[in-house]
Design a binder for this molecule. Sequence first.
Ligand SMILES: N[C@@H](CCC(=O)N[C@@H](CS)C(=O)NCC(=O)O)C(=O)O
Length: 232
Amino acid sequence: MPTSNLCGKPGPNNDHIGGVPTIHYLDFMSRGRGQAVRLLFEDAGIAYTDVRYATDEYYTTYKKSKIAEMNPTATIPVVELNGHILTQSYPMLRHFSRVLGGTYDGKTEEELYFTDVVCDIVADWRTLFVAAFFSPNKDTDYPKHCSTARPNFLKAISQHLQGSDLAKRGPFVIGETFTYADIVLYQVLHDEELTREGRKGLKEYPRLVELVEGVEKRPNVSAFLGSERYLG
Ligand SMILES: N[C@@H](CCC(=O)N[C@@H](CS)C(=O)NCC(=O)O)C(=O)O
């Protein structure tokens, strides 16, 4: 049976989004696309019900039944809120940002565009990361990914951030304003294990270290990372 836990206490942002969302995701530590959605909830002080599926039960039972009934692509995360079902992690983040009054997005067209650019690069990166990390040939595929695709993404994103007048102000993708692009970028860096061990995997990318530190200093993110809810 999946586990189900209420995380946090409902606050004003639960009222803004219309209730307490239920997120369905794998029981995969504090990692993955679902964790990016949880991180937005954590940062925004949104209480959520966290439904976690063990990998075996997910693939043998729930993917084909409950998840497929809620989501035509039978993938997770899936969020239920007030009788509505939300699918696709990146659109979900944009949706919650809009519902919260644009709190997790840019304001100007230039900022909105640049936020989307960084998110799209991360989406491409995560697809390759997942393919290599969960490959049946992980022993060869993941080290290959770490020496080929991954440095290319790190370089490309660093170059974008260093070359943009918006990003130059730091620490985040569009400067001082924290957006959903920071959440997805932080989460892929975290899942690639580049945020730990003194950020040693990021030493050639100081702008990304600045961003990681900016994210981890957000008061609610910092409290989450120090709590029992953070599973590594
Ligand atoms: N574009 C989708 C991708 C969803 C996706 O591939 N999710 C993975 C987990 S991160 C998944 O469902 N894996 C198990 C499966 O394929 O059933 C999104 O962003 O939500």
